[in-house]
Design a protein around this ligand. Sequence first.
Ligand SMILES: [Fe+2]
Length: 210
Amino acid sequence: MDRKIYKPQQFKLSGLKGISDQTLEMHFKLYEGYVKATNELTERITAILADGKVDQEEMPAYSELNRRLGFEYNGMVLHEYYFANMKRNGGGEPPKRSSFREAVERSFPTFEIWKTDFTSVGKMRGVGWSIAYIDPATSVVSNHWIELHQTGNVAGFIPLVVMDVWEHAFLLDYKPADRPKYIEAFMSNLDWDAVERRTQAVAPATSTAR
Ligand SMILES: [Fe+2]
């Protein structure tokens, strides 16, 4: 069986509010680096496994390659979620009877409190992501801080809203201390239709299903 080679996705993103095209172009290039590294690491791990065993002397390299694969692989996938949940003329609020809104209102006292939690997670000191996940077993939404790309992702949970808060996501447009301004910009470009599609795949709204 041929091994899967990942290809960078193309995102038609430009003209966003508060996130420059220059930032997006730089960010697409960074993303392509994660795709390339994922393919390279997979190839090297495959080469070690080719003789059907991992020799004792191969173990240190094998271990390091696998640890790096967690970083690069999650970096690739999270950027795909991130670019795909923004659009020109996005923002506003998810419709009242949408699946996402319903899931959030089952999980938090109000939509506003979900939003405060999501954006506040994004303001935490450190390098990483704020991600709103849904638990497919319970349809409960929860927000999580993801350190780097790979630490804190909850096994089995599905990402609904994915926000990159690494400094490279905004440093051409804002000072490091102005991360909250970038977060505001991100929210003003959010593609709620994309979020809704992700939610409906897991938890269709009860009110619209009637
Ligand atoms: Fe990024």
